[in-house]
Ligand binder design. Sequence first.
Ligand code: ZN
Length: 239
Amino acid sequence: MARESSNFEGLILRNINFKDSDKIYTIFVRGLGKISAKAKGVRKFSSKRLSLLDSLNLVKVGLVGEHELKTITEVSLLNSFKHIKSDFNKLKTSLYLLELVSSYLNESSEYDELFELLIKCLMRLEETSYSDSRIENYFEYQFLKISGYELNLFDCSFCSSAITEGRRFNFNYDKGGVVCEDCSSSYNFYSKAHLQSLMMLNNYKVVDGMDFSEIDKVLKSYINQILPETPKTTKFFGK
Ligand SMILES: [Zn+2]
């Protein structure tokens, strides 16, 4: 009886060689989560066919098998993110996003919200003509939110009064949120440009001159706490 394969949309995260001519791919699949799938004889393919399964490719993939290790039956390319792959900074950012997703997700845990977020941010990186740290911070903020570690960036973590322009505030690591000047004993207040960067993370409204340096530290420090191990990507050790 022929095994029926189902088609899925997935992003190739990485691969390793397996046996003489096979490869095992780790794929983030819409509707399935992070899965492992074997491609048989794939290392004997022509390089053109093999490149369909490059890391950071969005593909339509046919999968069979109910068990832990599925088998890839067919593959077609949806997006190779060629602009990302030809720009070192964009590539570095993208690989960092992939690493976050990869180390956070357990095998076969469905996480479509995270899948959509990842694809949205990669599409954005692919389309912009410059490497955009806002996309990275936007991803990190939304990633924390989806993972249940939402930071409170919009009202004071003590008195709940709204953080607005014209008021001074800073970030309290114990509370995981911003604190207004009335409730804070620190003199290390954030700038207006920083406030705008926080607002942007919620609705992606871009204003000129936003400063992401402070929020970048806050986000990376929180993400570091929720991952099983510190990401290896250089992003964590300063850019
Ligand atoms: Zn307050």
